[in-house]
Design a binder for this molecule. Structure first.
Ligand SMILES: Cc1ncc(COP(=O)(O)O)c(C=O)c1O
Length: 339
């Protein structure tokens, strides 16, 4: 029996042997005292990679987003975002509790706020309305199939929001996928954006952690908020070493995941499913009937694990632990079971 091909998420990756060796050799210190040399190095490398002044290593992407919201906003303000963004849908309404802010959700066709969307939702504050405290973007967009934010559109939105003196945060959990797929550097991709959160624990294959990057004074305040959330870690260099290894070895190879995702998308459309455009490592398709759960179970029972996200929506995600052979085998199972 072949081992299952796990396409449920890119969070399921396990650290490679070489990554584990790098972790074993990590120099560590107490990071709450800012004395962990490996964490410090990771924060500096990350800030440099994204062209920002400073970085803060956090335990998870959700915590990174929440810290950014809390640091940018005041209680009672609104955060504008796409209605399907991770921040509004999968973070347990934490921003309402922790930062005391309201989501101002805007439905968009592909998950990317355009200028008119932001203009329509924006509130400068009056005797009758709250103020917009932050605009949240997501690139790539998870629930909308790993699509890449069109660069011009993002720039227009960011420039407009800045004219209103409001900060922009990017949930860039998979921003490195977007950068690799668009052949631009992460710094170019996120130029002008006030803060970016990106994850090491997804396609980069590290076991734990995400990073928030931004201006030095923003990161200083974010550091305070991380501790408030219980996110102060001690000898975190052990896990940060896995992230440094990922920055050195696992960025360019994201292109392989994108190629495998395209193979799977093609196989799914060949068996008659309606597949969203595949731009990075996420594949979404719509099943003809409301039977996505049944299809996911059928595939899983033949060793291809994936998720039904909605009655007729099926999601697959490629990653470091899905080889070209695995992707090929998954395509064969799809054709055999669903064809
Ligand atoms: C777009 C996006 N943002 C944020 C997160 C949160 O990351 P974490 O699971 O590390 O909290 C995820 C996780 O899947 C995600 O897809």
């Amino acid at each position: 029996m072949n081992k299952p091909i796990d396409l449920r998420s890119d969070t399921v990756t396990k650290p490679t042997l070489d990554m584990r060796k790098a972790m074993l050799d990590a120099e560590v210190g107490d990071d709450v005292y800012r004395e962990d040399p490996t964490v410090n190095k990771l924060q500096e490398r990350s800030a440099e990679l994204f062209g920002k002044e400073a970085g803060l290593y956090v335990p998870s992407g959700s915590m990174g987003n929440q810290i950014a919201v809390k640091t940018h906003t005041l209680p009672g303000q609104e955060v504008i975002g796409d209605s399907d963004c991770h921040l509004f849908n999968f973070e347990m309404s934490a921003m309402s509790q922790f930062a005391g802010v309201m989501p101002r959700m805007v439905y968009t066709k592909r998950g990317f706020l355009g200028l008119e969307d932001v203009k329509g939702a924006f509130k400068p504050g009056s005797d009758h309305t709250a103020r917009t405290g932050m605009v949240a973007l997501e690139n790539t967009h998870n629930l909308r199939g790993g699509g890449i934010y069109p660069a011009d559109e993002m720039k227009t939105v960011v420039d407009h929001v800045h004219k209103q003196d409001v900060p922009v945060h990017l949930d860039g959990a998979r921003s490195l996928n977007a950068a690799v797929a668009s052949s631009v550097t992460p710094a170019e991709l996120t130029k002008g954006i006030d803060s970016v959160m990106f994850c090491f624990s997804k396609g980069l294959g590290a076991p734990v952690g995400s990073m928030v990057v931004g201006k030095r004074d923003f990161i200083e305040e974010a550091h305070h908020q991380r501790k408030r959330l219980g996110g102060g870690m001690r000898q975190a260099g052990i896990i940060a070493a896995g992230c440094l290894y990922a920055l050195d070895h696992h960025i360019e190879r994201l292109a392989d995941d994108h190629a495998h995702a395209k193979m799977l998308g093609k196989a799914l459309s060949e068996v008659g499913l309606d597949v969203d455009p595949v731009e990075t490592n996420i594949i979404f398709c719509t099943t003809a009937e409301d039977n996505a759960q049944q299809v996911a179970e059928q595939l899983s029972s033949h060793g291809v694990l994936c998720f039904a996200l909605g009655p007729n929506r099926l999601r697959m995600v490629t990653h470091l632990d899905v080889s070209a052979e695995d992707a090929q085998r998954a395509c064969e199972v799809i054709k055999q079971i669903l064809g």
